[in-house]
Design a protein around this ligand. Structure first.
Ligand code: ZN
Length: 141
């Protein structure tokens, strides 16, 4: 280091200049930085999502909820079957193209079954709501 007053070269850890007597403030060894602890808990978002989900479940009613559970189960089942088939075909030494085609055919089949069941349950839900509205209208007349 060099003295800030007279410019004499001094050892780096010098507390004062031996030529002009200037004092140097000791370097802060541990800067005490006080950070606010970051609030990682995303509390406002979580209930919002679960509330939306709960509302969705309530709207579905038992029948449509079961139908949707069946739809998801069917899709999951077909996915698992497709994976098992893919592995067994690979073990049997089938060419990659065949395995790939088979896997996607089964995956698409399961997906379309699942989507059809899901849409049917939505259609039922729609009709149920429509009937409710019609009944309410008849009552009011
Ligand atoms: Zn000096």
């Amino acid at each position: 280091m060099y003295c800030t007053k007279c410019g004499k070269q001094l050892p780096d850890d010098a507390a004062f200049c031996d030529a002009c007597g200037a004092r140097f403030a000791p370097e802060p060894s541990e800067p005490e930085l006080q950070f606010d602890p970051p609030k990682t808990k995303a509390e406002p978002k979580q209930p919002e999502v679960s509330n939306a989900f709960r509302k969705w479940v309530k709207e579905q009613g038992l029948f449509c909820l079961i139908a949707k559970a069946v739809a998801v189960t069917v899709m999951t089942f077909y996915l698992l079957v497709a994976i098992v088939h893919m592995i067994s075909l690979a073990v049997a030494g089938y060419p990659g193209g065949t395995i790939f085609a088979q896997f996607f055919a089964e995956l698409l089949q399961g997906l379309s079954y699942g989507v059809i069941i899901w849409l049917l349950s939505d259609a039922v839900l729609y009709l149920q709501n429509l009937l409710k509205i019609k009944k309410q209208e008849l009552k009011n007349k």
